[in-house]
Write a new protein. Structure first.
Length: 403
């Protein structure tokens, strides 16, 4: 894989360089609540700009449905990038249209432009190779060179991640190099006990990784939205909690295999429930009730792990030598459901283990809940990406950067 250093050595002055970043940051309206993913790609953008490149930055944000949707505009991220660079950053209101072409044409050497959300275009995420390819052709017309640095999206076979680098000379940016360097260590020699904590809301995406983790981890702790499919599989009522009903047979098989292999599988013993999802904007008190994990009322939703589970999970992390954590334990964006995530973060901080936290929201949670990022071994910008990397899967965005 060619590195950005090699590219810089060859010279990028006056060249239009397309940087595929992951600027998928959490937003409260148009306010960025955690800019970690933007900060993470600044070294690559700055190195290119300092070397005289005309830098075109692109990313997805959220999951819009292949058409423009103002709620998912990259404008706030572009503005923040300008602040971090201490330079004017042009913003195109489309991705490959007139505005994007004009913004790129207007760049002088050393200047940066951000184009609008890649996922406003159906071709970006299409499963049809030709449709994705046609969009990649339009993106390729904006640039001379490609730098892949959106680590959080390298597991997606999307036009800007997979098809575009096949059309332009390409290299990996600094962030991808750092992320792969650290995660590689977790695939080679892992100090034991190796404890994995899984939570979050992208349940269907991430349940499958357990299949692989059963071969690697000594202990697996389950929280967040992921817990309820397990509780349901064990025959418990989960009310209106997040549930991946079609995965119940797979989950039962995981539990059986864990037992056979001596992998300790730990599920919540109590949870915080409410009939309503909390208001994340006003943060109005949610007044949740604590119930045993096998006694969730039929009309209520599990939104955080409970106090007994917090203690249990802290104890299960205390003797770890290596910890990988993806996915918040609850809806941490609301203070009434943040204690579970705080307890796991605190247990990692207190532990002498090598700790890796992965995922856009997990990383944001750690920082917005007031933890010092230096207290963790590594904070990865990718959740799904890091899990699939650990699984040993060939990631489209990394394969595409190979020579
Ligand atoms: N019990 C739950 N029910 C619904 N959503 C949850 C629950 N627990 C956590 N979440 C949500 O999960 C989201 C993060 O999930 P995910 O995207 O999978 O993590 P990451 O970005 O770290 O990979 C957060 O927005 C959080 O509010
Ligand atoms: O937030 C992301 O992934 P993550 O939540 O697994 O860390 C990436 O930006 C990928 O987004 P996607 O899961 O909508 O493809």
């Amino acid at each position: 894989m060619k590195t950005i250093d090699e590219l810089l050595h060859e010279g990028v002055e006056g060249k239009r360089v397309f940087v595929r970043a992951d600027l998928n940051v959490p937003l409260d309206g148009t306010t960025i609540t955690d800019d970690g993913r933007i900060r993470a790609v600044v070294p690559t953008i700055k190195a290119l700009a300092d070397a005289g490149a005309r830098v075109v930055v692109a990313s997805h944000l959220g999951r819009p449905k292949g058409a423009p949707d103002p709620a998912f505009s990259l404008a706030p991220a572009a503005a923040r990038l300008g602040e971090l660079l201490g330079a004017e950053v042009a913003f195109a209101t489309d991705t490959v249209g007139d505005s994007a072409r004009a913004a790129v044409a207007g760049l002088a050497n050393g200047e940066v432009a951000v184009v609008e959300n890649l996922r406003f275009n159906a071709g970006e995420t299409s499963k049809d190779d030709a449709e994705r390819g046609a969009f990649a052709d339009q993106l390729a017309a904006l640039a001379d060179l490609y730098v892949g640095d959106g680590f959080g999206a390298v597991h997606r076979k999307h036009a800007s991640v997979f098809d575009l680098p096949a059309r332009l000379p390409h290299a990996a940016g600094h962030l991808i190099a750092t992320e792969v360097g650290v995660l590689k260590k977790l695939t080679e020699d892992v100090r034991r006990p190796y404890v994995v904590v899984l939570g979050g809301a992208k349940v269907s995406d991430k349940l499958g990784v357990i299949d692989h983790l059963l071969e690697k981890a000594d202990r697996i702790l389950i929280g967040g939205g992921m817990a309820y499919t397990f509780l349901k599989a064990q025959g418990h009522e989960v009310g209106i909690s997040l549930l991946q009903e079609d995965q119940i047979p797979a989950v039962l098989e995981y539990l059986k295999r864990a037992e056979a292999r001596g992998v300790e599988f730990v599920l919540p013993v109590d949870v915080l429930v409410s009939p309503d999802f909390p208001d994340l904007k006003t943060k109005a008190p949610a007044n949740p009730t604590t119930v045993a994990a096998d006694a969730i009322p039929a009309d209520q939703e599990g939104l955080d792990i409970g106090p007994e589970t917090r203690k249990l999970y802290a104890s299960k992390l205390a003797d770890a030598a290596t910890v990988f954590w993806n996915g918040p334990m609850g809806v941490f964006e609301h203070p009434d459901y943040a204690e579970g995530t705080k307890a796991v973060a605190q247990a990692l901080v207190d532990s002498p283990a090598f700790t890796v936290v992965g995922g856009g929201d997990s990383a944001a949670a750690v920082r917005t809940l007031g933890f010092d990022e230096n207290a963790f071994g590594h904070i990865s910008t990718g959740g799904g990406a890091s899990l699939e990397y650990l699984e040993g899967k060939k990631l489209p965005g990394l394969v595409a950067l190979e020579d």
